[in-house]
Structure formats: structure tokens, C-alpha cells
Write a protein that binds this ligand. Structure first.
Ligand code: SF4
Length: 272
């Protein structure tokens, strides 16, 4: 039952985060129990400073998580403009992975739930997102495996032949004031971000790349859309175009996305 609950979309990650916080608090108390006698005998002042630092640290993480849970659950902005979200999530994420393993959850299940939480926080904070430079970041595996054109170096090389979604996305994207880029992995994605300096990103990728990318590019807000992998990982992957259009529409004009499940278009895995 607990396992099923932890698999619930964003509540999986949020529940694990609350558990992780309890573990963290216990660890800090244990640490304090072990070091405080020696610290107090060496220097009472140092002991007091250490106590204040630990207290502030726990208050920041606990308060940050409280605001994240509130904002994510109601999709209303209770977060402070900077810092607490990043500190809290960065700190609790690895503990969540460990606890998830104990409850029999895979890393990808936890990452997927984290992406749900991230997207709900994106919606919650939409009013303060700067929409000046929107970047739509796509993974290279979206390109048809048999395609001979190097669209990574230049998107204009795409012949829009209809064998993969890239042509369709380019055609549709021309109507928007947005940049579109394709990246082979995290390093290239980071380079694109440094070059283009987007103020907001809509990214399509797998659980691993999205969850690490969202954390890496902070404070740039990222809405993550999971790719679909009918042919297995990294080959002829797909994206729900309707979901992508809805999310971009939401970023640009504020209408809430209601992603539809399901794959549009056929599956072509001939070369695998
Ligand atoms: S639409 Fe056609 S030309 Fe463009 S990337 Fe896909 S397969 Fe290649």
C-alpha cells in the first residue's frame, strides 16, 4: 500500500521528501549528540555558534519543504523568489533515491515524480516567469534513426519529410517567438543554454536527463515533458505533440496545460 502511494505522481516525491527530512533531522541530532560534549568543553562559544548554524540549516530545509509541498499541492505560489527550493530539493533528492530503493521504487519512478513536482511548481510560479526568451529543447533521439541529415548542427537541414516529429515541431514552432534546439546530451544542452541565454525552457527528454537538467540549469525555470520510447531508450523516441503545444501555449499565454496521455503517430523501429 505504501509502495502504491509512493508511486502516485507528485505525491510520491513529496512523501519521500518528508521522510527524507525526518531522516536528515535524526542524522543532525545524532551528529550533535556525538560532537557536542567535546565542542562544549573546547569552546562554549563555538558550541553555541554550531548550534545556531545547525538550527538555521534545519529551519531552512524544513521551511523550504513545507512551502514546496504547499505550492505543489495547490499550484499556488508560496515560494520565496530565490534559494529555498533549490537547497531543499538538492539536499533531499539523493536521500529520496535511497529511501525509494528501500520501498522498491526505481530511480526512474522517483525522477518521474520529481518532474511532476517541478512542473507543478512551474505552474505555481508562472506569474513571475520571464517569457522573453523561450527555448524548446529537444533530444536527438527524436530524430528518425535512418535520417541522413545533420539537424543537430543546423535545424534548417531538416527536410520536414514527416518521418519524425522534428519537422512537424519546426513547422509549428515558426509561429511562436521561441528558439528550438536539439541536444545529444547534457553537455551540449548546457552549451545551448549558455549560448542562447533563455529565460524559460520547455524540455523534452527521458527521466534521467530531465531531472538532472532541471537541477543543473536552476534558476532558469524548466517545464519537463517526458519522451516516449516505443523502440526502447535513445532510438526513434516520440513526444506527444499536443502536450508540447499545450505547454508552450501555457508558457506564452498562461492557459493551463492538460497533458493527454498516449502516443501520436506510428512506431517505426525497423533498424533496431
Ligand atoms: S523530419 Fe525527416 S528530415 Fe527532418 S529530422 Fe525527421 S527524418 Fe530527418
Amino acid at each position: 500500500m505504501i509502495r502504491n502511494f509512493l508511486k502516485e505522481k507528485k505525491w510520491g516525491f513529496l512523501s519521500l521528501s518528508i521522510l527524507s527530512l525526518v531522516v536528515l533531522i535524526l542524522l543532525v541530532f545524532l551528529l550533535w549528540y556525538l560532537i557536542s560534549p567535546r565542542l562544549t568543553s573546547t569552546s562554549p562559544l563555538l558550541s553555541l555558534v554550531a548550534k545556531i548554524i545547525l538550527f538555521l540549516f534545519l529551519i531552512t530545509v524544513s521551511g523550504g519543504l513545507f512551502l514546496i509541498v504547499l505550492s505543489s499541492a495547490w499550484e499556488k505560489d508560496f515560494l520565496f523568489p530565490h534559494g529555498e527550493k533549490q537547497i531543499t530539493l538538492k539536499l533531499l533528492f539523493p536521500i529520496n533515491l535511497l529511501l525509494g530503493k528501500i520501498f522498491g521504487l526505481s530511480k526512474d519512478q522517483i525522477r518521474k515524480s520529481f518532474i511532476e513536482v517541478n512542473n507543478s511548481l512551474f505552474k505555481a510560479t508562472r506569474k513571475r516567469i520571464n517569457k522573453d526568451r523561450l527555448l524548446i529543447l529537444l533530444p536527438q533521439c527524436l530524430q528518425n534513426y535512418d535520417c541522413l541529415y545533420r539537424v543537430i548542427t543546423n535545424l534548417n537541414n531538416c527536410q520536414r519529410c514527416g518521418k519524425c516529429k522534428i519537422g512537424e515541431i519546426l513547422k509549428w514552432g515558426e509561429r511562436y517567438d521561441a528558439s528550438i534546439a536539439i541536444a545529444t546530451g547534457g553537455t551540449l544542452a548546457r552549451k545551448v543554454i549558455v549560448d542562447q541565454k533563455p529565460t524559460v525552457i520547455v524540455a523534452v527528454a527521458c527521466e534521467r536527463d530531465l531531472s538532472s537538467g532541471i537541477q543543473d540549469v536552476y534558476p532558469i525555470p524548466v517545464y519537463g515533458i517526458l519522451n516516449q520510447r516505443p523502440c526502447g531508450p535513445c532510438v526513434n523516441t516520440q513526444v506527444d505533440l499536443e502536450e508540447l503545444k499545450e505547454v508552450v501555449g501555457f508558457v506564452l499565454d498562461g492557459s493551463l496545460p492538460s497533458p493527454k496521455a498516449g502516443l501520436k503517430g506510428g512506431k517505426d523501429c525497423r533498424r533496431i
